[in-house]
Every structure is written in structure tokens, then in C-alpha cells.
Design a protein around this ligand. Structure first.
Ligand code: GAP
Length: 488
């Protein structure tokens, strides 16, 4: 990408960040104290959008699949969980500090950024060689070699501009805290870095109490915490975030077929949500984690390039086997069809709710110039739009507000509706465009005569006359998850 193109892409992200703040979607956390890096709060429209996305995912998993059930496990877990999962020993990032700026970086990200520069300047081969060299060094845990690579490549600190680097060290990403009322009794526990382990340790509870038969899945939405050092790109990489994970338990030997199936199913879900095909791509992992026998990411083209939104991993029987070993409790399933006991293999689908939110915002953000007129709007799928319709009486008198209220009473039990009677109708349309409301319903004097209203459609700005008695049906058809489910 040429430098001016890159600047335009960054400008687009900046516009989206500014828009998200100004129109009540996302605020920096504790902003009055200058914020906290990589932590964000969701405003009135943000929380509606995020809840809709989470509900869509939840219902896709648990309603469209009669062999998937839900779970809500605690954030705190017995500390041995994280020993068994491998997070205590190997959930690390290689870090390096610049001695002049005192700023800390992820060593691999510095190298990846350098490779991206080569790629953008057209030198694919050099980019690939650099990435291969890094992969070899990291695999061999040769952190001295990683430092030398950074220095030999002339990678400088973006702040100080120098190559005055410290050694590279491994840095564990888990946050820890203490439980216990007196200091001597206190023991270290962790804020979970993924929700998946809550599913694994409850595998038998769920299987027995919900009488599930393999193959079956357990879905969960919840907070996860990682002490990310490279906090960039807005809500893309946060320290406190939400994951939506589903572990699908299958018979050993069938896992790669299921992996293929889930990879296709999840890709189709993103398309059904309205993400254009050319903005999505599949990235197969070449280097697999020690517990996986296949892994891929679904990537979306953010303003800062194609990046992971969701991971699909064939995790073998690693987690259950390890929990069996550490807990000394059998994690086996008796399969009546083949009359055998085994530890199931697992396919995981894992998506960040916040990353899905960012993808949705980036995809929805439209700034256009039509006949010399600038217009910005968020073209959310109506099913996930924070507000479904705005009721806008043309004036504040002649009984129009009361008529508007009648319409709200007809719709409010099923849809998130707002009412606005201040400012000109044009300004009110603009305001609804900016928060992505798909339908504006104008109440005018004709409404009092024939019980019809004007619906103005957000994306086309076209208007049509509709009977009030048809409104509920119209909104139901447009805003139902069914429209997305049918494409899944
Ligand atoms: N249980 C598997 C797992 O946690 P992961 O690739 O580390 O895998 C899965 O994370 C998903 O969680 C990612 O695809 C991303 O959407 C989201 N995610 C991970 N780290 C995140 C962070 N720091 N901020 C926001 N989302 C994150």
C-alpha cells in the first residue's frame, strides 16, 4: 500500500473512532482521568449494538443447533486450571524495551511491521524471508536471536527513533490477583484469559445434566482479560474484552471433518450478517499450537488491513486430557453407539464480541457525497441496528405528539424505538442516520386523517406511505434474526 493510501486508511479508522465516541457507541474508559490504555466503555447505542450481536451469536449457536447448549461459568477459576491449560507456562509474548523512550514493544510485532513495510514496497520475498526467520527463532525459543534480527533489520523505536534495545524477555499475559481475607492465607488466582477453560472443566456436568450425546457443543459468552502490551487499533486489541466461544465435542478421528464443517459454517455466518465476501478471507495456520492439529482464522479487511476476527481450532483432546491428569478426575464419555469410553476431541469456534463490533462498525460506516451533498450513515443490518425506528412528529402541536405516542405504544414491546420532536425533520433524519436507525417514521397531519405515516429508509433515503396497522409487521420482517438465520 502506498504511503498516501495508508494515511487514508488511518484517517478512516480515526473517523470511525471519533464517530463512535461522538454518537454514543464507544468511549475511552475513565476518560475524565485521561483514560486507561486498551480499555473502553460502550455507550447507549454501543451497548445495544453489542447486545444484539451477542444475542445473534447466542441464538445462532443454541437455537439453530439442537446439539449445542449454553453455559455461564465464573471468571475466577481454580489456579490449577491455568497450569493444566498451559497458560501459566506458555501464555507469553516476547517483549523488548527501548532504553531511550522506555517504551515496551512486542518483539514479534516490530518484526511483522517491518515485513509489512517490505510487502507494501513490493518486496514480497524479503518480507517472507523475514517472517520465516522470526518463526524459526521463536520456535527455537532463541530470544537473543530475535533481538539480533531486530537490530540487523535496523528496526527503530517509533518514539525515540533509536535501536537502543534491551534483551527480549517472555512476558505472561495473564492478570493475577489474590483471594483470601488475610494476607497469609492469600493465594494467587488469575482473571481468565479465555472463556474456553470454563467450558472444559464443566464438560461432564453439562453432558450429564443436559443428557447430551457426542457430538455436542457448549457455547459461552463472557469477559476475558489479557495484559496486552501492544494496545493499538481502538477496540481491536483490549485488555478487558468479551469472547463468544463454542467447544464442540466429537468422537476421536472425526475431528477434521467437523473442523471443515465449522470453518464453512462460521464463514457463512459472517456473510449472512452482510459482510461482503471480498472483505473476508480465510487464513490457515501453518505453525500450529502444541494442542492443535488444524487451525484457521476468519479475517476481515479493517482500515488497517486484513486481521483476525474469529479463530476455528481443532484442539484435539489436549484440554480434557490435561484436566484429567491435573484433577485426577476422569473426563471420559461413554459412547453407547460404539460401546466405548473415550476423551472427546474438540473443535473450537472463538470470536471476540468487541472485534465483531469493530468489524460491524467499519463495514457499516458510509461517508458519501451525492450531488455535492455530504452524508454519513451507519448501514447496519436492521436486525442488529441499535435503534430500529424513530418516531418523528412533524410538529409539537395539533395532536401529532400524542399520535406518535400511540405508535410507540404499538411497537415498544418488541422493538427498540426512539421518539424525537425537536429540530427540523431533516436534522432529525441526519441524527438517526448517524446512529444507524434503519427506519424513520414521520407523523404528519395526514396521519390524523387516514392513520398512515411516512417511512423513510436510511440507506436509500426513499420514502413511502404506510398504514399504522402495517408497521409492526413491516418492522418484524425487516428486523428479525430470521433474515440472517435463513442465510446461515
Ligand atoms: N480460546 C481460544 C482463544 O482464546 P484467541 O485467538 O486467542 O483464541 C479468540 O482469541 C478471539 O478472541 C480472537 O479471534 C479475537 O476475536 C478475540 N480476542 C483475542 N484477544 C483479544 C483482545 N486482546 N481484544 C479483543 N479481542 C480479542
Amino acid at each position: 500500500m502506498a504511503k498516501n493510501e495508508q494515511t487514508a486508511e488511518n484517517a478512516q479508522l480515526k473517523d470511525i473512532i471519533a464517530h463512535a465516541k461522538e454518537y454514543g457507541f464507544v468511549y475511552p474508559s475513565s476518560e475524565i482521568y485521561d483514560g486507561l490504555q486498551a480499555v473502553y466503555d460502550f455507550g447507549p447505542y454501543g451497548v445495544e449494538l453489542k447486545n444484539n450481536l451477542k444475542r445473534l451469536w447466542w441464538e445462532t449457536m443454541t437455537r439453530l443447533n439442537d446439539n449445542i447448549v449454553g453455559l455461564d461459568s465464573a471468571i475466577f477459576m481454580h489456579p490449577t486450571t491455568w497450569k493444566a491449560s498451559g497458560h501459566v507456562d506458555s501464555f507469553n509474548d516476547p517483549m523488548i524495551d527501548n532504553k531511550d523512550s522506555k517504551k515496551r514493544y512486542r518483539a514479534d510485532v516490530l518484526i511483522e511491521d517491518k515485513a509489512a513495510q517490505y510487502e507494501k514496497s513490493g518486496d514480497q520475498e524479503r518480507a517472507q524471508n523475514l517472517l520465516n526467520a522470526m518463526a524459526r527463532l521463536l520456535e527455537a525459543e532463541d530470544l537473543t536471536g530475535v533481538r539480533e534480527l531486530i537490530i540487523n533489520e535496523g528496526i527503530t523505536c517509533p518514539l525515540s527513533g533509536t535501536t537502543n534495545w534491551t534483551e527480549v524477555r517472555q512476558f505472561n499475559l495473564m492478570f493475577s490477583t489474590q483471594v483470601g481475607s488475610v494476607a497469609e492465607d492469600a493465594s494467587t488466582i488469575y482473571l481468565r484469559p479465555e472463556t474456553a477453560q470454563g467450558i472444559f472443566v464443566n464438560f461432564l456436568n453439562v453432558q450429564k445434566t443436559a443428557r447430551m450425546k457426542v457430538p455436542f457443543g457448549i457455547a459461552q459468552i463472557g469477559k476475558a482479560f489479557r495484559n496486552e502490551i501492544v494496545a493499538r487499533q481502538f477496540i481491536f486489541r483490549m485488555r478487558e474484552f468479551e469472547q463468544m466461544e463454542m467447544q464442540f465435542f466429537v468422537r476421536p478421528g472425526s475431528e477434521l471433518d467437523w473442523y471443515k464443517q465449522w470453518a464453512a459454517t462460521r464463514m457463512q455466518w459472517h456473510k449472512a450478517l452482510g459482510i461482503p465476501e471480498e472483505k473476508l478471507r480465510r487464513h490457515d495456520h501453518e505453525k500450529l499450537a502444541h494442542y492443535a492439529n488444524a487451525a484457521m482464522d476468519i479475517e476481515f479487511e479493517f482500515p488497517f488491513g486484513f486481521k483476525e476476527v474469529e479463530g476455528i481450532h481443532s484442539r484435539t483432546d489436549f484440554d480434557l486430557k490435561s484436566h484429567q491428569e491435573y484433577s485426577k478426575k476422569k473426563q471420559q464419555y461413554f459412547d453407547p453407539e460404539i460401546n466405548q469410553n473415550y476423551i472427546p476431541y474438540v473443535i473450537e469456534t472463538s470470536i471476540g464480541a468487541d472485534r465483531l463490533f469493530l468489524m460491524t462498525m467499519c463495514n457499516a460506516y458510509v461517508h458519501e457525497n451525492v450531488d455535492g451533498k455530504e452524508r454519513t450513515y451507519l448501514k447496519f443490518h436492521p436486525a442488529i441496528a441499535p435503534v430500529k425506528a424513530a418516531i418523528l412528529p412533524l410538529t409539537k402541536k395539533d395532536g401529532l405528539p400524542e399520535k406518535g405516542q400511540e405508535i410507540i405504544n404499538l411497537l415498544k414491546y418488541d422493538f427498540n424505538i426512539v421518539y424525537e420532536d425537536a429540530a427540523s425533520i431533516g436534522k432529525r433524519y441526519t441524527r438517526q442516520d448517524l446512529i444507524g436507525t434503519p427506519f424513520c417514521i414521520a407523523v404528519d397531519h395526514q396521519t390524523l386523517e387516514d392513520n398512515t405515516v411516512t417511512i423513510r429508509h436510511r440507506d436509500t433515503t426513499e420514502q413511502e406511505r404506510v398504514a399504522i396497522t402495517d408497521l409492526h409487521q413491516r418492522l418484524s420482517e425487516a428486523c428479525s434474526f430470521r433474515r440472517i438465520f435463513e442465510k446461515c
